[in-house]
Design a protein around this ligand. Structure first.
Ligand SMILES: C[S@@+](CC[C@H](N)C(=O)[O-])C[C@H]1O[C@@H](n2cnc3c(N)ncnc32)[C@H](O)[C@@H]1O
Ligand code: SF4
Length: 358
């Protein structure tokens, strides 16, 4: 019998100690007082979905915001109702400053088996330039605490192209990241998000050519250390690819819980109200927290599927490009077994290549 398709659950924790000036995520620094009510509302929203017959999750991703900003036992308690398969990948995003031995134990006891740590840089002056508060030594400490609790599947998020970051700074960050022996690394080029303080300060905007050099460097170093790139911004020790992200990249079904969380089932997607107060209010009044939604038509869904797949090592069917375009982009795409896949040069220009999909 064929195994049922993967089904993801995303849980949003919209609280942060401090707002990083490059971040556009739906998160807040001034309303920790609503954390208990928020976690109660989360548990209620989950219970209602279970009553409506939600499938068992094959992956759960608790992200933010900062999940480690809320009491870990209360967080685990709020999530206990999520039905999950025995082999469910269960990730919590952690801020290195918050991680304690006790927190990691509570997570592991609650079924968490993967942590994702927001490292960003291992260089003090780069962290300062990003407006981050943590010390690289806390990352090392957080890894030890996670492993002591039996959490060995560890992703580290790093960012490149920060104002004041040289190629050597970036090399040092990647080498220090590798020394920590994560099973997974996500390396993101710093993006300028509309409405953020960074957007208003062009002097600190990243340079495309420098970011391209940094991308090649991180790919060289991670690959030489035995990790494989499996999506433009993601590398893993083989066998440790992120199951949850694969649900997104394959247009699979997932439910999002909490404020601003997005969901998708069978071509329809929808998202919840943006603020924690409105979320608490809606759930408390017995209403759905949905703010709006859309159903993609078949062609838009097909193209979106190709765009997502192109960014992964699965690539796309070769017929997804005109023969002339394939010829013109022969350094950006490699063709093999009827599939077209991005070369490394192609990964650097993934968005431009995707514009030629038909
Ligand atoms: C929204 S954060 C949540 C996790 C945690 N609060 C943290 O900051 O580490 C998830 C990841 O998004 C990435 N991120 C956020 N804003 C970004 C930006 N403007 N450009 C590139 N990456 C960004 C960071 O790497 C971060 O680790
Ligand atoms: S980057 Fe992370 S810590 Fe910073 S404001 Fe965004 S969610 Fe919060």
């Amino acid at each position: 019998m064929e195994a049922p398709a993967d089904f993801g659950v995303y849980v949003h924790i919209p609280f942060c100690r401090h707002r990083c000036d490059y971040c556009a995520f739906a998160t807040f620094t001034d309303r920790d007082d609503v954390i208990p009510a928020y976690l109660n509302a989360l548990a209620t929203e989950i219970t209602r979905s279970v009553e409506c017959g939600m499938p068992r999750a094959t992956s759960i991703f608790v992200g933010g915001g900062t999940p480690t900003r809320v009491p870990p036992d209360s967080l685990m308690h709020a999530l206990t109702g999520i039905p999950r398969t025995d082999d469910c990948e269960f990730t919590v995003e952690c801020n290195p400053d918050d991680v304690t031995t006790e927190m990691m134990r509570v997570f592991a006891d609650g079924g968490v088996n993967r942590v994702s740590v927001g490292v960003q840089s291992m260089q003090d002056h780069v962290l300062t330039s990003l407006g981050r508060t943590h010390d690289p030594a806390n990352v090392v400490r957080a890894m030890t605490f996670a492993r002591d609790a039996g959490l060995h599947d560890i992703n580290l998020d790093i960012i490149y192209g920060v104002h004041g970051e040289s190629l050597d700074d970036w090399r040092r960050t990647v080498i220090a990241t590798l020394e920590l022996q994560p099973t997974h690394v996500s390396a993101y080029g710093l993006t300028v998000e509309a409405g953020t303080p960074l957007a208003d300060d062009p002097a600190r905007h990243p340079d495309d050519d420098v970011q391209a050099e940094m991308y090649e460097l991180v790919d060289d170093l991670l690959t030489a250390a035995g990790m494989a790139n499996y999506e433009v911004s993601n590398w893993s020790v083989p066998g440790h690819e992120c199951r949850h992200n694969r649900v997104y990249w394959s247009q699979g079904d997932y439910l999002g819980f909490g404020s601003a969380a997005h969901s998708h089932r069978a071509g329809r997607r929808w998202w919840n109200v943006r603020t924690p107060e409105r979320f608490i209010e809606a759930i408390g009044e017995g209403r759905s927290a949905e703010s709006a939604g859309e159903t993609l038509d078949a062609d838009a869904r097909r193209i979106e599927g190709l765009q997502l797949s192109l960014r992964t090592t699965a690539g796309v069917p070769v017929e997804s490009f005109d023969a002339d375009d394939l010829m013109m982009m022969n350094d950006l795409l490699s063709v093999d077994g009827g599939r077209a896949r991005l070369t490394r040069a192609g990964r650097l220009l993934a968005n431009e290549v995707a514009l030629r999909l038909k």
